[in-house]
Design a protein. Sequence first.
Length: 174
Amino acid sequence: MSDQTSSPYGPAPVAYEDFVFSDEELLGPRDPRDAPQRRTNPARAIGRFFARYARFSGRSSRSEYWWVGLLNVVVIYGAGIVAIVLADTAERSSAAGPGIAAGVLGALIAVFLLGSFLPGLALGVRRLHDANLSGWFLLLGAVPGIGPMALLVFSLLPHSPAGERFDRRTGAVV
């Protein structure tokens, strides 16, 4: 038998390395839009917040998460203070204008809250993904007392390279 690849029992076995593929080969390259932007400015963070409105895959950096949190605090508390002042002014005077303005401002706050609810959930899930945690941990917020505290700790966790597993793939290349 001069053939080195054959044996009396058939062809020689194939090496294991011939069947090992990387994630890139099997699943395709990662979607670059899913990568978090580190040390981003407020305008870019808020723009990405609304551009990735309902995208629950991928990751968001701490700066993206906290800039949007600051926007929510400023809008809600700022508009709430103005609405309270207008309502108080309407109560002290006989004019109907400040009372109507307070009601309209209250309605605008409600619209803002409804409009930012779904992207807020998506941002929270992506922030957990960046820390290499499942997005289902967001449900801890429903646990009274300890749940919101746990979410605060999770949102402060640093970036974990293993969180790339939550990035969307663009398709297989093989």
